[in-house]
Ligand binder design. Sequence first.
Ligand SMILES: [Zn+2]
Length: 324
Amino acid sequence: MDKDTKPTIIYIMGYGRSGSTLLDIILGNNPKIESLGEVAFYYNKYMDQDNLCSCSKSLSNCQFWSQVNMKHAIYVFPLKPWDLYSFICKVENILSLPLLIFNLLPFRTVEGYRKHMQGFFRAVMETSGRKVLIDSSKSTRTKIGRPVAMKKICGFDIKIIHLVRDGRGIMFSRLKGKNQLLEKGMNDDKWAGPYFATISWLITNLTSLLVEFLYFRGKTLRVNYEDIVSNYKQEIQRISRFIGVNLDNVIETIEQNMELKVGHNVGGNRIRLEKKVTLKKDFEWQDKLPYHYQIFFLIFIWPLSKLFRFCNSNSINADKKNTL
Ligand SMILES: [Zn+2]
């Protein structure tokens, strides 16, 4: 892949419910950046008419994604969406991570993944007219290897934002129900959900640290959700220096309390379907999270959770200016 057809991908790594959709939308308000959302699930969601793009159309009727499909089919013909989704599942899941690290994945799988992913992201670049793309597919067990595979197999330029939110905020968010069910007007109020979510949050963030250590030292910026909503100017400036794109226009939009535009975002939090997105602080858990959940967090999780604040991006030189 030559320089002109190779995207720069800002990959938002970490656990769900950490504000990744909001951060994705914030960054996508710069004219050089395209916000894509949880794009790893695109071909899975494409088949289901109930899954909407953030422009409110189903993915198969969205103009942006229809254009992407047409261009993708030029590079990969015949285009079979399930083929790409199948390669993604085989390469990016947690069980394949050791095979990916030690180059033990089958040749056919690796070549299929490379061909499809290069074609897909080239089609996204051409459709959007932008070279910097935000992928907030995060680090669930099915996607933990995604940034590694995109770097090793596809040769993309990857910069990682490891987004971390206070685990008690995660617990409270999980208490409301699963995002996918809430989006369809359903709810699941299982009392144990927050416990499992917090353990999963810890494992996901520790695995993310491992991925950073092995492949993205010097190319990772750790960002806390609480800092983004409390001190957005400083945090966006820090991200701006890290990704090498001037984000002053985004800061101005928020300062003037103007709405953030939402592009053609796939998957993620329900805010992507709102017509008007503004930056709001969400610390509701401090008043409303039941005590038994807070005690569980403080005893079992809090000592390890401090790790994510302590190792706050020492590995990157955030002051280095490298504006695109
Ligand atoms: Zn759309």
